[in-house]
Write a protein that binds this ligand. Structure first.
Ligand SMILES: [Zn+2]
Ligand SMILES: [Zn+2]
Length: 323
């Protein structure tokens, strides 16, 4: 039987590509029986963590520190682009909100904001009523946030479905023709890469800002299409990349994740033990129907969590002491 976890370090909300607002994610976490969660939205941060945490606590959920899942580009030992992957960054709220961190991860999202606004106009013109506030401001009475996210993730379609109280798939079928997703915006792979920070540079920046870095679901490293028509890098190469990134300061690997299959979690655990790296995990929850089945199936033990938490505070103390 698979272990049942109560600590989930990887959940998404509508702040990025999840289908629930942060408050709804907390309610879901409570209903799933989770005790501690970290929201790690893509390339963006919740602007009101104090209020969100207070609400979580009122529901019996701890949100011990902040998280973010950054889209990064991997340049290999010869400094050649080899692929892209996701990097989880954990840290104390005020440190992760450092403008240098936001600047480093924010280009990717910013580039799509204008497209989302244009899409909103197309929806309105087609007779689907949705205001800017409805599309971008959530949880206004509990922990208001303004969404700044990529237009590629059908965010506005989710908002229309919610507003009309209709099934997402049905609304998606109607609005898909008006939705401009990333593939159709004319950006080439290289142009997308240019919007992402270099993984090694982001690790160095995070170190200098008192933050902790973890390679998310390492089995998923998106291959540069001009290098190979394989979507993912082979596991053997991924292990070499983990080693390379570790030599540049990467703190941990996300072992417990549904994308790491077969014996890969064990292989990763072995390497993490050898290199004295953190091991983390989470459901990658996006909504009940979107990885909801993985909540409590993937996560971390109290022991793994304690190690991460200690490092988050140790790094923060170093930063605050000016070291
Ligand atoms: Zn990811
Ligand atoms: Zn994720």
């Amino acid at each position: 039987m698979k272990p049942k976890y109560t600590i989930d370090l990887h959940m998404h909300s509508m702040l990025s590509d999840g289908k629930e607002t942060p408050v709804e994610v907390i309610n879901s976490a409570r209903d799933f029986g989770l005790k501690k969660i970290i929201m790690a939205d893509h390339n963006t941060l919740h602007p009101n963590m104090d209020k969100l945490r207070a609400y979580a606590e009122s529901q019996g959920i701890e949100m011990p520190f902040s998280g973010c899942e950054a889209s990064v580009a991997y340049y290999n030992e010869n400094d050649d682009i080899e692929g892209t992957f996701h990097m989880l960054v954990y840290g104390e709220d005020d440190l992760i909100r450092d403008p240098r961190f936001i600047e480093a991860v924010g280009h990717y999202n910013d580039a799509y904001n204008a497209e989302t606004i244009a899409e909103l106009k197309r929806f309105n013109d087609a007779g689907y009523e949705l205001s800017y506030e409805e599309a971008f401001i959530f949880d206004a009475d509990i922990a208001p946030m303004e969404k700044h996210d990529k237009g590629s993730e059908r965010h506005l379609i989710k908002c229309v479905a919610k507003k009309q109280g209709r099934p997402y798939a049905e609304v998606e079928a109607e609005l898909e023709p008006l939705h401009v997703c990333r593939e159709y915006t004319g950006r080439t792979w290289l142009q997308q890469i240019a919007l992402m920070p270099n993984a090694k540079e982001l690790i160095a920046l995070c170190r200098s800002l008192g933050l902790v870095t973890v390679m998310a679901h390492p089995m998923w490293v998106d291959h540069a299409p001009f290098i190979s028509n394989q979507d993912w890098l082979p596991c053997e190469r991924v292990m070499e990349i983990v080693r390379d990134l570790h030599s540049h300061g990467l703190d941990g690997v996300e072992v417990s994740h549904q994308m790491n299959f077969d014996s890969f979690p064990e292989t990763l655990r072995g390497m993490a033990a050898e290199l004295d790296m953190l091991t983390t995990g989470g459901s990658d929850y996006h909504a009940e129907e979107d990885y909801g089945q993985h909540v409590t199936e993937y996560g971390v033990t109290e022991e793994e969590f304690a190690r991460l938490e200690a490092l988050v505070h140790e790094r923060a103390a170093e930063f605050r002491n000016g070291r």
